[in-house]
Design a protein around this ligand. Structure first.
Ligand code: UD1
Ligand code: MG
Length: 450
């Protein structure tokens, strides 16, 4: 039976002190909300609903960008977490499987934890709540248990001193059959310290009906929610620490792990070597045995086995390096494929282009891809030789084994095997330099005498 995912993302996040809705702040190059959606996606939900409110339009656009099959529902007034979940009821009409509630600002819930909650459901619990032992319980809701039963959840604001002393806290993640969840929520009121409809009240309501509620526990680090920029920075640091450890564990050499930055989806093969100060943006795959030297910035690219990138290179979205391709210092590659063994080693911009196998691009080459309105493609064949400082004015095609002379401005296609020179012919005047300098020095001497 398929399950449904409900992600709460209507809150303002006022403590971020930001114009950007909290759940859109990036962590490891993806909005916080995307992390929550990816956690939930591990359950393979048949339907996913995101509850939006503050900054709804921007949040909905980000959701559509991530997966346009996800439904967004608006909570126009933030009356509490139970009220937020209730907004998803219509969108989940007819779902009889489980519903799982996640928070959009809680990025680290692991698939294994959600599986453990599913196992507890399969073991007979009607309602499963994810709890954790809090180092500092503070404002978290407290889980009141008897044996392995969850009796109720008490919000800190409403707790007695004895309840406040409890350290087992509510993460906010709950799981129950969708019809039961909405049924329990219908019984939630707002007569509490905050005047809010608390989702947490459903634990007590379930017990009152003689249903079984249980707690599944996870590590506190997993339930980390982001409320401030400082917490966002701490979460980023925690993410990076884990990503670095994982990369090392799986056989990637990181020369200076502390200065290597990963995105949420970076894939790096075994025996790849990553130098210091390398930043991976989203959607990067580095195959086994590739080398990324220091000070590179990569996003949206694929680097095949044996390829060498950097130092000081930038690979932008759509950069595709085949085996043994080389991209050297101060080169930028965007939306371009480099064939096997192709080399772009110095000070070049290759954009909207294809470069054939074994082609050598000389220093300072630029694909002039943009005319101010449109982008145009440059196609370079195999085994070609592009002279240093060639301007390839796209759209243009350079054939297999063709050459361009250094300093050429190439505006027309160059056939296979041809040499194209697009530069002024050199004019050498013997003795002219000395005569010119003598003349200038004499003029200077006269000027200073006057
Ligand atoms: C909630 C829990 C608390 C738990 C804590 C864990 C309740 C009543 N309390 O408290 O037991 O320990 O999370 O972090 O559930 N949201 C909406 N609409 C609303 C209210 C909230 O979408 O009307 C969203 C927020 O954007 C946020 C999440 O729900 O993503 C949690 O809301 P928040 O106000 O942070 O709840 P807490 O007071 O932290
Ligand atoms: Mg909170």
């Amino acid at each position: 039976m398929g399950c449904a995912l409900i992600v709460l993302a209507a809150g303002q996040g006022s403590r971020m002190n930001s114009d950007l809705p909290k759940v859109l702040h990036p962590l490891a190059s993806a909005p916080l909300l995307v992390h929550a959606l990816r956690s939930g996606a591990s359950l393979d939900p048949e339907r996913t609903v995101v509850v939006t409110g503050h900054g709804a339009e921007a949040v909905e656009a980000a959701v559509a960008d991530y997966d346009d099959t996800i439904t967004c529902v608006r909570q126009t007034e933030q009356l509490g977490t139970a009220h937020a979940v209730a907004q998803a009821k219509g969108a989940l009409a007819g779902v009889i499987g489980d519903a799982v509630v996640l928070y959009g600002d809680t990025p680290f819930i692991r698939p294994e934890t959600l599986e453990a909650m599913q196992a507890a459901r399969a073991g007979g619990a009607d309602l499963v709540v994810l709890g954790f032992e809090a180092a500092v319980p503070g404002r978290y809701g407290r889980l009141v248990t008897e044996g392995d039963r969850l009796v109720k959840i008490v919000e800190a604001k409403d707790a007695t001193p004895a309840e406040l002393a409890l350290t087992l806290c509510n993460s906010g993640v709950v799981m129950a059959a969708a019809p039961l969840l909405f049924d329990l929520i219908a019984g939630v009121g707002n007569a509490n310290a905050a005047g809010e409809y608390y989702l947490t009240d459903i634990a007590g309501l379930a017990n009152a009906r003689g249903l079984t509620a249980r707690v599944v526990r996870c590590d506190e680090a997993e339930t980390l929610g982001i409320n401030t920029r400082a917490e966002l920075a701490a979460a980023e640091a925690a993410f990076q620490a884990r990503a670095r450890a994982e990369a090392l564990e799986t056989g990637v050499t990181l020369t200076d792990p502390a200065s290597t930055y990963f995105a949420y989806d970076t894939v790096i093969g075994r025996d790849a070597v990553i130098g210091p100060q390398v930043f991976f943006g989203p959607d990067v795959t580095i195959e086994s045995g590739a080398t990324i030297r220091g000070f590179c910035h990569l996003e949206g690219c694929h680097v095949a086995r044996g390829a060498v990138v950097g130092p000081f290179a930038r690979l932008r979205p759509g950069a595709e390096l085949a085996e043994d391709a080389h991209v050297g210092n101060f080169c930028e590659i965007k939306n371009a494929t480099l064939g096997e063994g192709a080399k772009v080693n110095h000070l070049s911009y290759i954009g909207d282009a294809s470069v054939g196998a074994r082609t050598n691009i000389g220093a300072g080459t630029i694909t002039c891809n943009y005319d101010g309105v449109f982008k145009h493609r440059t196609e370079i064949g195999e085994g070609a030789f592009i002279g240093s400082d060639t301007m390839l004015v796209a759209p243009v095609r350079i054939g297999d084994r063709a050459m361009t002379g250094s300093g050429s401005v190439i505006t027309q296609d160059v056939p296979d095997g041809a040499l194209a020179l697009g530069r002024a012919r050199q004019d050498t005047k013997p003795g002219f330099a000395i005569r010119l300098m003598d003349k200038l020095r004499a003029a200077k001497a006269r000027a200073t005498k006057d």
